[in-house]
Design a protein around this ligand. Sequence first.
Ligand code: BTN
Length: 269
Amino acid sequence: MVTAMSGDRARTALAGTRFARIDWVDETGSTNADLLAGVAADGDVGERVLVAEHQTAGRGRLGRTWEAPPGTSLLFSVLLRPGLPVESLHLVTMAVALAASDACEAVAGVRPRLKWPNDLVVVGADGATRKLAGILAESVVRDGAVAALVVGTGINVNWPRDPAELAAIATALDHHAGSEVDREDLLVAILRGFDSILAALGEPGGAAALLMRYRHLSATLGRRVRVELASGALEGVAVDVADDGHLLVELGGEVVSVAAGDVVHLRPA
Ligand code: BTN
């Protein structure tokens, strides 16, 4: 069953936080694209959240598309004025990933782990990781400073049936919770958590605490991985996530720092 969200409960629950302004639409191309277009049209818009029941041109990382049947997912983007230097923006994306993982546990009793850079995954008993959610951050940089940051999240929440062609690589929250999950409750929990993590980031030690939690929840660290880069692939062991958000991969006694790429978790030999 697909239950459309009205957004009224979320607006009430988030009144007084930086995410009080929430717009809901039945359909759009991409919530990220819409918020970025708003920044381009009116450079001074404040923080806001846009949720869509369906996207016709959802964007994924590395130029991919993001597709989800109407009403089955939580698809939303947040527009922020983070006041952070460009090199610290990864902290905001990590903060959304942590808040989303915390919210899945609080609302659905499921604790997703984090696959570098910012996927939420469920790790099976066989060690296989299935993608539950993806996050795409896009920034508007003016004069070397971040004028606006749009962070978009797509979470597979209620899949009416198991799409067999995806079963090996993707999953939905309701399959692990054992029953349908309320997407509006999930949104509220994510945005509340994100609001508190952002507040903590402004305090001394906030970034270090965030990175520590990120590493703790990582499903990538300690694993053999293949990293697919534009220049080719490399295989090694993921040993750490550096303070700049890069993945550190050890291969042949050397540690390579990876800024962006696709990671495949390899099964132990
Ligand atoms: C990924 O490739 O894993 C990132 C996927 C991000 C998808 C979300 S859905 C809401 C927001 N709007 C978009 O167009 N993309 C993001």
